[in-house]
Write a protein that binds this ligand. Sequence first.
Ligand code: THU
Length: 138
Amino acid sequence: MAEELRKVALEAAARSHSPYSKFPVGAALRTHDGRIYAGCNVENASYPEGWCAETSAIASMVMGGGGRISEIAVLGLKAELCTPCGGCRQRLAEFGSPDTKVYLCNSEGIAETVTLGDLLPKSFGPMSLAGETGDRSQ
Ligand code: THU
């Protein structure tokens, strides 16, 4: 299952538009009901206007009907380990949960498996706006 996501992320990275950083990234997520969505990083000549692979995959999921993320693979073609940036951790938290699995991949395989709770502890999310304290330990 995880390896399937890694392969989809690898294919997505091959479509990356990253002429400025030359750092292609792909992401592939699976929803709770089993749908898979992929995305790549899309850079821009106006550098700050580019966006990340995880963001593309989330947008694709939303357009595909929305849902909750149960697991996601992130892969940088030129990185041993590509961890989601801070902004993407927050975006993933909107559609995931502390136990959402994040596979940190490279071209060879899955280098490390962590959870969203590991990457974004004590997160601010939709529950925070509703005034709920929830369990903020993760
Ligand atoms: N990048 C991603 O696509 N995902 C991440 O989580 C880390 C960074 C992209 C953004 C930019 O196009 C390139 O990698 C170099 O930072």
